[in-house]
Design a protein around this ligand. Structure first.
Ligand SMILES: [Zn+2]
Length: 337
């Protein structure tokens, strides 16, 4: 945890805009430092070794990329500074460079890009480097992206004013950023906003979202489902991006992976009822069935017997649907009996 200090870096006139790139642990296996404890939607950690680290200021607009997708955006509300931090640098035992990477299947587990050396994690040379550590906090203004924008999407690549793909903090063009934020927020700003106006829009727009700790990969799973199915609920068809959620067809706790045929994109209320086994899908007819207790609600009675609104080849795994269906029928009986 960083000590809280008064920070001199308050944007004096025009807020800047930055892309913060965050990687989850699996995705940063290449990283030769020990990694930062980042929390999407709350804060961003970096240190003086990172290019542009000293330029980030309170009031700046930030867009956060988490692994392959934009996760959301916010403004920097405060910056914690620890001038006496250290960073653990892990170097190749042969050439001392840091551009080694982890191999998934081969032994030894690591290979160096610098000298082609192969070695194990315990062979790495550790070096403690003194740095100033920063934590930019943005939880109060954080807004989740409702639509997928991958790191390859022109909406993002054209908003970046540099072509670098290495640095974790990258400057963004405030005018082009408007289009990006319009898209990921599902809102129409009708004219380009400056980063100051965008920041004001965030703070004044009533987006005081509660921070929900998401399961690892949940956001990315939702985005992949949206790329697969479009902005459509499998039960009720086309819906605004803001109300679409990705439902798992299996216990994510028992098997923590995200399979593309292991989920459905559902409107938020349908998702809640599906998770509660009050709404299910017949694996033979692919039609929706609802609990008898739901029949008194006009909106839910209306989905009974509706066929899943998906092309045949995009239907989810039948075994998974069957297992959900069986559990649901037991619940229906219990509720009725
Ligand atoms: Zn090497």
């Amino acid at each position: 945890m960083h000590p809280r200090c008064d920070n001199p870096k308050v944007a004096d006139a025009i807020p800047q805009s930055w892309l913060f790139v965050m990687k989850s642990d699996e995705a940063r296996s290449w990283a030769a430092n020990s990694g930062y404890e980042d929390s999407v939607g709350l804060y961003y950690s970096y240190d003086s070794n990172v290019a542009r680290s000293s330029r980030v200021a309170i009031g700046d607009l930030i867009v956060v990329r988490h692994d392959d997708y934009i996760a959301g955006w916010g403004t920097v509300e405060s910056i914690d500074v620890d001038p006496n931090a250290t960073k653990d640098i892990r170097r190749c035992p042969r050439c001392q460079r840091t551009n080694w990477y982890a191999r998934a299947k081969k032994v030894p587990a690591l290979k160096c890009n610098g000298c082609d050396g192969e070695f194990e994690i315990e062979d790495l040379i550790h070096e403690s480097m003194p740095v100033t550590a920063y934590r930019a906090n943005y939880a109060g203004s954080w807004t989740e992206a409702v639509r997928p924008v991958s790191f390859r999407d022109p909406l993002l690549t054209t908003a970046q004013t540099t072509t670098d793909t290495f640095n974790a903090i990258r400057p963004l063009d405030p005018v082009r950023l408007t289009k990006l934020i319009e898209h990921i927020s599902g809102q129409d700003f009708s004219q380009p906003l400056t980063s100051l106006e965008l920041a004001g829009h965030i703070l004044g727009g009533g987006h005081s979202l509660a921070i929900v700790r998401r399961r690892r990969g949940q956001r990315e799973f939702r985005f992949k489902m949206m790329e697969r199915f479009g902005e459509r609920c499998a039960i009720s068809g086309e819906q605004p991006a803001q109300v679409l959620e990705a439902a798992h067809l299996y216990s994510y706790a028992a098997r923590p992976e995200h399979r593309s045929d292991g989920g459905l994109l559902l409107r938020r209320d349908h998702h809640a009822l599906f998770d509660a086994n009050l709404v299910t899908v017949n694996p033979t007819t692919w039609k929706v069935e609802i609990a008898p207790t739901l029949r008194r609600y006009e909106t839910y009675a209306a989905v009974e017997g509706v066929e899943l609104q998906l092309p045949r080849k995009m239907l989810p795994d039948r075994n998974l649907i069957e297992s959900h269906y069986r559990t649901s029928l037991e619940m229906f009986d219990r509720a009725a009996g």
